[in-house]
Ligand binder design. Structure first.
Ligand code: EPU
Length: 336
């Protein structure tokens, strides 16, 4: 185990924020992690760094989870059970599944980050959430160094939510995720508007999982900035859920307000629309701003400071509250 000193974390977070790690170590096995935890419990975890906004140098030990490997647990004619180690890149894993004709993750193509963090916020896009395919999560308990296993039901998955953002926050290092995927009779999900229209545009009537993955990649590339070119963390805010009564009031004033019905009493409103209506879309303030094609995404054009982006986020929250009486919740972890 090689503990390095004074390492820039710029390459380790998709926002590309340049902060210093006083001490930094990459971990490549569960055993190594357990050994480390015997010595150090006050640690700062980083994996794909795709859901965090760093606003200051990190004084405690930064532990980069880089445990690789995919194993097949069991399979039959129709399905396969896989366990994937936390440090595998998410999109590369999805592409590999598509190439093997393992179905279930194709709608989640091109999401930045690593496999080990996908359960924390229950990543979701284009009508699919990762919880639909997860069977189990393995993690090392920081306090005891014990390897524990949580069945999907125990992870308390919800929209952009899980036990790892609540009761279990800060308690575990996720080390692997197990999935059940289909080998035949894939359950294709083309319900999301843009997927169906893109497929039609391409003249595809009987899509394969590869077609869906390709279409999702094209849609994402057309709307979302590539973190390798423009730093970002995807959706900065969650889509807020408001009461039907509140929604109907807003609808009178804004007849075009988009919405998704959650239940009789609750309606989800896209945060991107609210932010666009408030005039922030495409606004640039020096080295940071709001993405021009998707207002839900805050961006770092190069040398932005985490605090500058956080202040912009708070300004947006304040404006949305004043204009729509809606509390926008930040989805990204702000490291203060
Ligand atoms: N919209 C606007 N202006 C914008 C952005 C969106 O008016 O700048 C409107 C669109 O016209 C559409 C609605 O908002 O009517 C929904 O937009 P979109 O389909 O782009 O999805 P979203 O609700 O903005 C969510 C996820 C994305 C995910 C897409 C597709 C959240 C917080 N975000 O965005 O997730 O890719 O749906 O499923 O739920 C991510 O988490 O990093 C992410 C990109």
């Amino acid at each position: 185990m090689n503990i390095q000193e004074n390492i820039s974390l710029k390459e380790y977070n998709t926002f590309g924020i340049d902060v210093n790690a006083k001490r930094f170590v990459s971990i490549t096995s569960v055993y190594q992690l357990q050994q480390l935890l015997k010595e150090e419990k006050n640690i700062f975890l980083i994996s794909g760094g795709s859901n965090m906004l760093l606003t200051k140098d990190i004084e405690i030990l930064v532990v980069h989870i880089d445990i690789k490997g995919i194993s097949i647990d069991r399979e039959n004619q129709d399905s396969i059970h896989l366990t994937v180690n936390a440090g595998e890149n998410w999109h590369e894993f999805v592409l590999w599944c598509v190439s093997q004709n393992y179905g279930g993750l194709e709608n989640l193509s091109l999401i930045p980050g690593n496999v080990g963090t996908c359960p924390i916020q229950n990543i979701g896009a284009y009508g699919v959430e990762v919880k639909d395919t997860i069977t189990k999560v393995e993690a090392v308990e920081i306090e005891t160094g014990k390897l524990v296993s949580l069945a999907a039901e125990e992870c308390q998955f919800g929209y952009r939510n899980s036990i790892f953002k609540n009761k279990a926050k800060g308690k575990y290092v996720l080390t692997s995720v197990s999935f059940q995927l289909t080998k035949n009779n894939h359950k294709l999900n083309t319900s999301y508007g843009a997927i169906a229209s893109e497929l039609t545009l391409k003249g595809i009537t009987n899509p394969t999982i590869k077609d869906i993955s390709n279409v999702v990649i094209a849609i994402r590339q057309s709307k979302l900035p590539d973190p390798k070119k423009i730093g970002n963390s995807g959706s900065f805010f969650k889509n807020p859920v408001i009461s039907r009564e509140h929604f109907e009031k807003l609808q009178k004033k804004y007849p075009n307000i988009p919405s998704y019905v959650i239940s009789d009493a609750e309606i989800k409103v896209p945060a991107g629309w609210l932010i666009e209506q408030s005039g922030f879309k495409g606004k640039r303030f020096g080295a940071y701003g709001v993405h021009e094609k998707q207002a839900l995404v805050l961006v770092n054009y190069g040398s932005a400071k985490g605090n500058e982006i956080y202040e912009l986020a708070q300004k947006i929250q304040y404006t949305i509250k004043n204009t729509f009486d809606i509390d926008l919740e930040i989805e990204v972890n702000i490291i203060k």
